[in-house]
Design a protein around this ligand. Structure first.
Ligand code: SF4
Length: 220
């Protein structure tokens, strides 16, 4: 069963024009990104106090009317088995009339596709952390390690790219592609990412928004 961060958080900015309930899964993350805000508190050291899906269903029953979206984040929300993710989101759909959003790095492409196909999400917010399409997994291994904390296989890189393409093709204003302006990277990285996103948006005739967000160092 998916464990959830004990604090359900109200946010206003991540999904424009929505009051959103942010839920963090405590199931971990396969990446270790530079400056990850969640790493120490909820990935490396899983809190001893947590909530379970039933607690969330109760909360929605009592306070769901205060929100018009629920966003599932991590760690990596999609790291859990697809059956558990499906059960959680189906139960939220039954109880909550607002939008359901999932954030992801894109590493679990097939699970992400399933959520779209089964109408269990209204939007996916995906990070394009590097210009995967122009990097070489061997020659640029250090760049990968510096930014996402692992050296991915070519297959993983293809998952990232396929996931970004799928989000753009889904073509909803509730989807997002976003990039953190990591201070370790030259401006040319962000230009290359932007080119990829623009090209796929043109191809799919897509309105999915793209955001280049400033890097905010985690609190020490
Ligand atoms: S994918 Fe997200 S949660 Fe995972 S390490 Fe990177 S920034 Fe943190």
């Amino acid at each position: 069963m998916i464990k959830l961060y004990n604090n359900f958080i109200r946010i206003f900015t991540d999904l424009p024009d929505h009051t959103t309930l942010l839920i963090h899964s405590l199931e971990g993350c396969p990446l270790h990104c530079f400056g990850c805000h969640n790493y120490d508190e909820i990935i490396a050291n899983t809190p001893k106090i947590y909530k379970m899906p039933d607690d969330l269903y109760d909360y929605i029953g009592k306070s769901g009317f205060l929100f018009d979206a629920i966003m599932f984040s991590g760690g990596e929300f999609l790291i859990s088995p697809i059956d558990e993710i499906r059960t959680l989101l189906k139960n939220v759909r039954i109880r909550f009339a607002g939008k359901i959003i999932v954030t992801t790095s894109g590493i679990y492409h097939q699970k992400m596709r399933s959520l779209y196909e089964e109408n269990l999400v209204d939007g996916i917010h995906i990070d394009m952390k590097l210009p995967y399409h122009v990097l070489d997994v061997k020659e640029d291994a250090q760049i990968y390690r510096d930014i996402i904390g692992i050296t991915p296989s070519e297959k993983v890189v293809q998952q990232f790219l396929a996931s970004i393409d799928t989000v753009i093709a889904h073509n909803s204003p509730l989807d997002q592609v976003r990039t953190v302006r990591y201070p370790l990277l030259d401006e040319s990285f962000f230009t290359a990412i932007r080119h990829f996103v623009d090209e796929r948006k043109t191809y799919h005739n897509s309105i999915v928004p793209y955001y280049l967000n400033e890097f905010v160092p985690p609190a020490s």
